[in-house]
Write a protein that binds this ligand. Sequence first.
Ligand SMILES: Nc1ncnc2c1ncn2[C@@H]1O[C@H](COP(=O)(O)OP(=O)(O)OP(=O)(O)O)[C@@H](O)[C@H]1O
Ligand SMILES: O=c1ccn([C@@H]2O[C@H](COP(=O)(O)O)[C@@H](O)[C@H]2O)c(=O)[nH]1
Length: 235
Amino acid sequence: MKYKRVLLKLSGESLMGEQGYGIDPERLNDYAEQIKEAVELGVQVGIVIGGGNIFRGLSGASKGFDRYKGDQMGMLATVINGLALQSALQAMAVRTRVLTAIRMEPVGEYYDKPKAVDALEKGEVVILSAGTGNPYFTTDTGSSLRGIEIEADVMLKGTRVDGVYTADPEKDPTATKFDEITFDEVYNRGLKIMDLTATTMCKENNLDIVVFDMDTKGNLIKVLKGENIGTVVKN
Ligand SMILES: Nc1ncnc2c1ncn2[C@@H]1O[C@H](COP(=O)(O)OP(=O)(O)OP(=O)(O)O)[C@@H](O)[C@H]1O
Ligand SMILES: O=c1ccn([C@@H]2O[C@H](COP(=O)(O)O)[C@@H](O)[C@H]2O)c(=O)[nH]1
């Protein structure tokens, strides 16, 4: 395996599959199977999961919600997704722990780094939910932060596109894909694959990112083996 310890970012929006809202059990199980395989191959897996399938503070604010409350709702949405993933993994006999950035025992244990690292070293999957615990951030920033804290070898951004493109491939069919790109080029070209706060944290702490399509079965293992199926973002 190319990586020993990874921070896997999963898109909340991808979790709704074809349903248009909520959690698609089939997609959830696909993710859980890929994660189980990774653990069986000896990879330590920390996971941050988004909440876009349920609620985003920013889009709530555009409809009249208070942004602060909306962001809290968004963070709670990531906990719901985290619990769903935990139950799917546990049903496959994968030992999984949910740590939350906001205190809410017994839903999950309150996050701290030693607890997370200890669980990873014991071979448990650690789901790091509620983002950073602060409004005005995103789970991409939560992933950079937790990835740096747990000293992950890489941040794997598993999403519904297969890499970083010259423009959003969902909007521009002429966009072309990069195999590798620097953080500086991401800024200079104004690419919107991740928010700038998350990108900057990775750049400043030298945490490489691999953006790849998590919705195709088997892709997580390919990335862990070092196969060049997505885009590597690095200094
Ligand atoms: N230059 C680009 N290259 C690739 N994807 C891009 C680019 N610009 C924008 N995107 C968009 O970024 C999205 C990936 O973001 P991400 O996985 O964070 O999705 P999300 O819906 O924001 O997830 P979450 O629910 O976790 O917030 C893709 O859906 C893609 O359309
Ligand atoms: O640190 C954080 C992380 C997330 N939020 C809020 O949650 C939603 C869902 O996260 P996504 O990254 O968009 O999937 C986000 O829109 C924020 O409203 C937060 O406030 N702080």
